[in-house]
Ligand binder design. Structure first.
Ligand SMILES: [Fe+2]
Length: 713
């Protein structure tokens, strides 16, 4: 279906027009006053519904219209944007191109992967998009209600989609990682998320080619239930490709039942302790006895492999993945309490973190009893807990990665405050340099539930906003910050740190963009951060209570609530990492959600694509907003890398409203695309046959008739 370019369908939002963009010299919001009821009723003040919709339309190279400004000739290459778009059972709203994927209460991050590729050149942009159809995608589609296999169906809950007969969906909807090994003519793309192995997709056709690693090369998360042929596998979304050594590094991690239950027990104890100090003391004694008995039992069965594990994985593009189980210097296996969302590397060290994005029971089961809100409230009180206030960091010396060994030792240190996303300089001659965004008191794994109450609104207004935004990640409950750390890797100590906070610009710093997309720079001199702002209609009582007494609280909760009432819009800012100043920024208009930034280097005279100091290029962002009629709009805004403050120099889109991106997540960029010549392939039948041996006949039939044919044509 071509995108219409007929101007009679134009729905241009005059509020967000280029002549009326937010200016960079807005006065600082020191002590915001509460907005009037009229202001709050204004749609421009609300989180846009354009982020809550998703479209499953797959575009085939239509040209996007230049709505405002002009697209420079030297914006080139291919920008890849990933996003979740619900599941195959969902239907678009009547007469509309979009659906509401999280209206049932699942996380907005849960859904089939839609990959969008924007092809830039000669002042034009075209879009191609495809659903990523993995084996479990076909299993899901074939078991929809009404099908002969409906008894095997999948259901969504929280961040996951699960079938009691088949296991977990590997949705690969969060990021694409470019890789280019020796012998590859073109960049290749790996689609990824945290809860399943990555898949290679063809950059030309955007079709799924092969998983990376066979099933038996990935260790599943241990669960007290059978998982079928699609067990859940935990990994990083941000796999690290080192273009200098031609290696891909990633992790495969899992938690024991004790590790998963531990925070729940501590959470319950903390609540108990507040109400009954005596009972708290008794509980401590009981816990100590249990811990002692557990250690004694483990001593009797030393051969039992721990369910707490982190395997560092190296892939050189060949047939097999290389694994090292990561241990601490005392010999114990590394234990992850939250997640390991990202892998980074310097010249001599691999850097891992226990990242602030909880993957636990409450993230999988936030709404187990729809229609029984009172019970669900109590369940969440019992199951959910605050993320770690400090970030455990692990350093592995690359020289210790002996290909003949199966273990490696990591040194551990702690950085105060939470981190979900970070970058590491390749140059570690003066220490390992980590650039991080602190999402203190903000866990984007927490999503709004039907039984939530907004902290600032009346019950009626709260119910309306909660219904509109159900499933969206809650907003931050504190002012956040950007930081730079220097680590002495031998001593595993922080030897230098600088933290930047800005009362306008560092709320919910979510995503980075820089010149490290393809090649790891010696130093990140400039990093663009996209902060998601602080939204009144995403600030719930529950998360405010959860983080009210945060260990590193920056701003008192009442002031945070006033900022939220005033509305803090999303922004783009450029952090000069040498001066540690925010050197440039742009605040999106309130009610307009600017997201998913990607740095596109300006080609040099000699074809160089380094981006200079990291600013010589452009930023492409996905921008969604509701127009004056309340209709969702999605656009691509282009910014000059060296002048964010002037606002977008070009807005691209489809005025008809057919083009809907909804909530997107990570992006990447490759300079060119070409036919895939790589031969790496994991045959789907060979891969799954061993795990089907003990499955019922109907499951084996499902694979034979509904899955294998898609990969054996
Ligand atoms: Fe991420």
């Amino acid at each position: 279906m071509p995108l219409t370019t007929d101007p009679k369908f134009a729905r241009v939002n005059t509020e967000a027009s280029m002549g009326n963009t937010t200016q960079p010299d807005l006065p600082r919001l020191e002590t915001p006053s509460s907005p009037s009821e009229e202001q709050k009723a204004n749609p421009a003040h609300r989180f846009p519904q354009a982020a809550m919709v998703a479209s499953r339309i797959q575009w085939s190279n239509p040209k996007l219209m230049v709505l405002e400004g002009a697209l420079p000739q030297d914006v080139t290459g291919h920008c890849i944007v990933m996003g979740p778009v619900g599941d195959d059972t969902m239907q678009p709203l009547t007469g509309e191109p979009f659906l509401h994927p999280s209206s049932g209460g699942v996380s907005r991050f849960n859904g089939d992967a839609m990959v969008h590729r924007f092809d830039f050149g000669q002042g034009q942009a075209h879009v191609t998009s495809r659903l990523l159809k993995t084996p479990c995608y076909y299993a899901d589609a074939a078991t929809a209600p009404g099908s002969p296999y409906a008894d095997l169906h999948f259901s969504s809950s929280g961040l996951g989609r699960f079938s009691t007969s088949l296991g977990f969906r590997d949705e690969i909807n969060t990021a694409c990682v470019p890789v280019k090994f020796a012998g590859d003519d073109h960049w290749r793309l790996l689609a990824a998320w945290d809860a399943g192995r990555p898949y290679e997709i063809d950059p030309e056709t955007l079709e799924v080619i092969t998983p990376i690693g066979r099933n038996d090369e990935w260790r599943p998360q241990s669960l007290p239930i059978p998982q079928g042929p699609f067990p859940i596998v935990c990994t990083a979304t941000h796999h690290l490709f080192d273009d200098r050594t031609q290696e891909l590094f990633t992790v495969n991690w899992g938690k024991s039942n004790a590790t998963m239950a531990g925070p729940l027990i501590l959470h319950a104890l903390a609540k108990l302790g507040k109400q009954h100090p005596f009972a708290m003391g008794l509980a401590r004694i009981i816990l100590r006895i249990i811990t002692t008995l557990t250690s004694w039992f483990k001593g009797l069965h030393p051969a039992k492999e721990s369910d707490d594990f982190v395997n560092l994985i190296r892939w050189d593009g060949g047939d097999r993945l290389k694994h090292w189980q990561v241990h601490l210097p005392n010999g114990s296996p590394l234990r992850i309490q939250q997640s390991m969302h990202q892998v980074a590397a310097s010249r001599n060290y691999i850097v891992l973190m226990d990242t602030a994005f909880k993957l636990g029971p409450e993230q999988l089961l936030p709404n187990p009893l729809p229609g029984h809100g009172d019970i669900e409230i109590h369940l969440r009180e019992m199951l959910d807990y605050a993320q770690l206030a400090d970030t455990p960091v692990y350093l592995i010396k690359r020289a210790d990665l002996d290909l003949a060994a199966d273990k490696v030792t990591a040194k551990r240190l702690t950085i105060p405050r939470e981190i979900a996303h970070f970058r590491v300089d390749y140059d570690d001659s003066e220490g390992v340099v980590i650039h991080a965004a602190h999402n203190n008191a903000w866990d984007s794994a927490e999503s709004i539930q039907r039984y939530d109450r907004l902290v600032n609104d009346s019950p009626e207004a709260s119910e309306q906003a909660v219904t509109a935004n159900i499933g969206m990640a809650t907003t931050t409950t504190d002012l956040n910050s950007l930081a730079r750390y220097v680590i002495d890797p031998e001593q595993a100590q922080v030897v230098g740190q600088e933290i930047v906070r800005d009362r306008d610009l560092t709320w919910s710093p979510a995503l980075y963009a820089d010149n490290g997309t393809l090649n790891l720079p010696e130093r990140y001199n400039n990093i663009y951060w996209n902060a998601w702002g602080c939204w009144d209609d995403l600030l719930t009582d529950f998360v405010c209570d959860l983080y009210e007494e945060h260990k590193y609280r920056e701003m008192d909760p009442a002031t945070v609530r006033r900022f939220a009432q005033e509305g803090v819009p999303a922004n783009l800012c450029r952090l000069d990492t040498q001066t540690m100043q925010i050197a440039d920024h742009y605040r999106f208009p309130l009610g307009t959600f600017g997201n998913s930034p990607q740095f596109i280097p300006r080609p040099g005279q000699d074809g160089n694509l380094s981006g200079g100091d990291g600013t010589d290029g452009y930023l492409a962002t996905v921008v969604v907003f509701d127009d004056e009629q309340g209709y969702p709009q999605s656009q691509i805004w282009i910014f000059e890398g060296q002048n964010l403050a002037q606002g977008p120099i070009c807005k691209l889109g489809d005025p008809s409203g057919q083009f809907q991106m909804g909530l997107t997540i990570h992006t990447t960029w490759i300079p060119e695309i070409g036919p895939r010549k790589a031969t790496y392939n994991v045959p789907v039948r060979e891969d799954f046959e061993p795990s089907l041996l003990n499955q019922p006949a109907i499951v084996r039939e499902l694979f034979e008739t509904q899955i294998y044919p898609h990969f054996e044509a």
